[in-house]
Design a protein around this ligand. Sequence first.
Ligand code: OXD
Ligand code: MN
Length: 664
Amino acid sequence: MPERHVSVCENDFYDDSLKHSNSSVGLPDSQTEKPKSNILLVPKSSIRVIYGDLGFLPKKVRHFVEEHARLCKPDTIHICDGSERENDLLLYVLQRDNILKRLHKFENCWLAKTDPADVARVERLTYISTHEERDTIPHTKNGARCQLGNWMNPEDMEQELNMRFPNCMKGRTMFVIPYSMGPVGSPLSKIGVQLTDSAYVVASMRIMTRIGSKVVEALGSGPFVKCLHSVGRPLPLTVKLHNNWPCDPKMLIVAHLPEKNEICSYGSSYGGNALLGKKCLALRIGSILGHREGWLAEHMLILGIENTKTKEKRYMVAAFPSACGKTNMAMMKPTLPHIKITCVGDDIAWMRFDDKGQLRAINPENGFFGVAPGTSHKTNPHAMDTIHKNTIFTNVAETSDGGVFWEGLEDEIPEGVKIKSWLGDDDWSPDSRDKTAAHPNSRFCTPASQCPILDPAWESPEGVPIDAIIFGGRRPAGVPLVFESFNWEHGVFIGASMRSEATAAAEHKAKVLMHDPFAMRPFFGYNFGEYLAHWLSFAENPKNKLPKIFHVNWFRKNKDGKFMWPGFGDNCRVLEWVMKRIKDENVAQKTPVGSVPKPGSLDLSGLDEKELDMETLMSTPSDFWENEINAIYKYFDEQVNDDLPSSIMKQLKDLESRVTGGGA
Ligand code: OXD
Ligand code: MN
């Protein structure tokens, strides 16, 4: 593939747009309402605005753009309007520069392959910078390395950023993306403005968030989160790129500066490192704003569930660590004919108790950035129906008939079709040099509006009412299929003590059991102890109708290493039981760890009950739980230390005495 060392500013396609932009010369003065020209003068050179008009940006945004254009020195500026025309232009350029390849089998679908060194979120280089360390992370004990976030002081952070951003966009175009997390104009939404030198990031942000002129209008003179992103490869290049994918993994940093309402990301173009609305704004900065303003930003899917027999409908949220099947659950095709699931969101929930004390949730995103491997017509037919148009695939394998392939699609590939692996092996087979056809963290980035079971209220500005909160993880042993907390405080403790096998979404080794409280371990914006106190505080307002809290585990294995529960569409049976518990139906029985379904209370119709060992699936073996309790003691002690709320420690002690038979 020929290397193209060009930036979009060289594209003649822009000529047309130039005619539409104000090109008279003059020095823009950010203090005046409108700049006299669309050319930004910086010392010794000028930066042309080749798309859009600086003059239409609110003063504060213009100032932000000008300041960072002076710092990063792009050749040109493109102010995103979010139009179809703009998207066509970007896709043309990305295709021309061999960053995206059209997938002819589908409608408007694209394939990107990254530098193999830029394939996942990099948690160890993701920082929150505040004056006080303890505002961000608890002090650890016994010299333990903090697992609940990375802190850096503002002076060191400034130095780190100064080593990277000056001149970093030379030769490139700086895109200005005004974006809304949440429906444009909803009182629960937040606005960000991302500056980036990656057209791939713009094309992806356009799917994952709402971008463009409508956001600028909604913003007016209001606050916004300042987001600066660079791939870290100014032109001319000094190194050879892999797959034409600009990135600088050695200099990578993802920095959050909550005291300035700013996010700065350098060196990666992929996923949560680069699409700054997602993990950076919607979770890390979002959780800080939620703490300040009395709401919750959580790593949770949101789904609607309807029993068509009783005509009852409820909404639930569920938190699972990355790549544990949130997207599959959010789009579940239930195996019980009277259960209907609708999808509101698959990754993030912003939740707030309303004036009547009802918890309400919005999905701040506009698309799904789902893990591709494992997704198939068998596991998630609704996702498969969502992704066949207007989708950007990254690091999946391609097929000789212009389609895509990943692990899990073996039964869906037409006879005679060849597979080209994500690393470029042209005739890939399971015995090939490349172990997997697709990277384990390969993704589809697809518009939510294409999901066939999207909930009618998914964009409702006030959010959907939430009646159950579900936690879960990959637990091969000891943890029952489902259990309910005894009360809110116990539920918060269950969230705090979550553990799960690591996955490929970040740099950790898969299969290692990691503590992942609330599935938020990589995404806490502030001290986890404070976060727990924030959750506990909602019980102090007597008006709040606290949802019931549950824990599920679809991943328990038997002695032969086989999954004991069929999972996927059959998980609706567990959700139906949760619905009954919301109404306080007498279908639960106590165990030391929580309340599990009474025998016979889960609808197992249609399943081969001889195959199912429900007794073991619901069991809570004491030896397992004693070890679990010890691990939680160690974790709370070393990682949360003095910041652990005393009521959470009491919950752990109560669990211990229930498990060891000491009462409580
Ligand atoms: C994601 C993640 O990309 O959790 O959603 O890693
Ligand atoms: Mn996620």
